[in-house]
Design a binder for this molecule. Structure first.
Ligand code: SF4
Length: 96
């Protein structure tokens, strides 16, 4: 899918991407496709790992706990490209 911000109709900050920590595998499709550089890959903090389901802990360990983080969420324009691009269906948009 081409990188495009044609569909970004919302004012920045009206919506925010929410990443499901039990699903994200750090494949970085969202990092690549977001026109506003909302995402970066990072490491899930140890304190956040304990509450995850067993299979999410297994996946997290296998992937070195690398996942996407919405470090620039205030710039989100709610185009939905990241939601469509995520192969794990780990991203939803939430109104703030
Ligand atoms: S919906 Fe996703 S791809 Fe679009 S601006 Fe927001 S974070 Fe970036």
């Amino acid at each position: 899918m081409a990188k495009s911000d044609d569909r970004c109709k919302q004012e920045p900050g009206a919506f925010t991407p929410v990443i499901d920590r039990a699903r994200c595998e750090g494949k970085a499709d969202c990092v690549v496709i977001c026109p506003y550089d909302v995402f970066e890959l990072g490491t899930v903090p140890a304190a956040d790992r304990a509450a995850l389901p067993f299979m999410a802990k297994v996946k997290g360990t296998l992937h070195g706990w690398k996942q996407a983080f919405a470090v620039n969420a205030d710039a989100c324009r709610a185009c939905g490209l990241c939601v469509e691009a995520c192969p794990e269906k780990a991203i939803k948009l939430a109104r703030r």
